[in-house]
Design a protein around this ligand. Structure first.
Ligand code: GLN
Length: 250
């Protein structure tokens, strides 16, 4: 455990009245610091996190940057696989007027999503659809009922599960505490999620489509998209790794 982590645990123990020794023991047993603290920062905003929801990562912030740059002001945004809601909520905060539709299937993640909408005071901007993202018709109907608009007008951002089978077998201890459904993308190579996604969703007419991809997956995801007639671009993360694949309406 780093000095910094110990400092955070000490501050948290003072604030919460919990025993510092117990907190350190949890941390040393491999529980993620973020779950112990119960809150983590993403794009300068705080998000409640805990068992059952993916911890926001800094590289995911590029999805928010793209949305800020390319979303038509006031036009709706889909945050697919919303999890804690960090991406969609940060977009709502940063772009002020956008209506964000957060789609999430896990009841446990939705509890956090609701708390984070309240914590960041975006109740009027962020709406939840509790649904598997492959259930296109339910999403389309609920989107229309909520916003009285056509789905094609919305920009789409998504940080899906994408780890491969071998990555799942060699996870860092902390990551094993996070939900498998938010990590494993399916298939040997972890790309099944994207394959299914582009089979079901036609994103050609949406102003922006942007998704996060795993280390060394960008080329394969671009190929899947090109086979659907899309012209993807790639954005690097803070470590210089190809991390975001996106398309703009031509
Ligand atoms: N969108 C959420 C995040 O970026 C959750 C993503 C997921 O569950 N795969 O943290």
């Amino acid at each position: 455990m780093s000095r910094n982590e110990e400092k955070w645990l000490r501050e948290y123990a003072e604030k919460s009245g919990e025993s510092l020794e117990k907190l350190i023991r949890r941390r040393e047993a491999g529980e993620p610091l973020q779950y112990i603290l119960g809150e983590w920062e993403f794009y300068g905003y705080n998000f409640k996190v805990g068992k059952g929801v993916l911890i926001p990562r800094p590289e995911t912030e590029f999805l928010v940057d793209l949305a800020k740059e390319y979303c038509v002001r006031g036009a709706p945004v889909f945050d697919l696989c919303a999890g804690s809601g960090c991406v969609g909520i940060a977009i709502a905060k940063e772009t002020h007027r956008s209506s964000v539709i957060a789609v999430e299937k896990s009841p446990r993640a939705i509890e956090y999503l609701k708390k984070n909408i309240a914590l960041n005071k975006v109740e009027k901007q962020v709406h939840i659809i509790e649904c598997n993202i492959f259930n296109r018709y339910k999403i389309r109907d609920q989107f229309f009922q909520t916003l009285k608009k056509n789905c094609a007008l919305a920009s789409i951002v998504m940080n899906p599960p994408y780890l491969s089978k071998s990555e799942m077998q060699s996870l860092q201890k902390e990551v094993t505490h996070e939900p498998e459904e938010a990590l494993y993308g399916g298939g040997e190579d972890g790309l099944d999620f994207y394959r299914n996604f582009f089979d079901k969703w036609n994103v050609k007419h949406n102003p922006l489509f942007a998704c996060e991809v795993g280390d060394e997956q960008a080329a394969a995801v671009c190929e899947i998209m090109e086979n659907k007639g899309l012209s993807p671009k790639v954005l690097k993360d803070y470590s210089g790794i190809d991390r975001i694949v996106y398309t703009l309406k031509s």
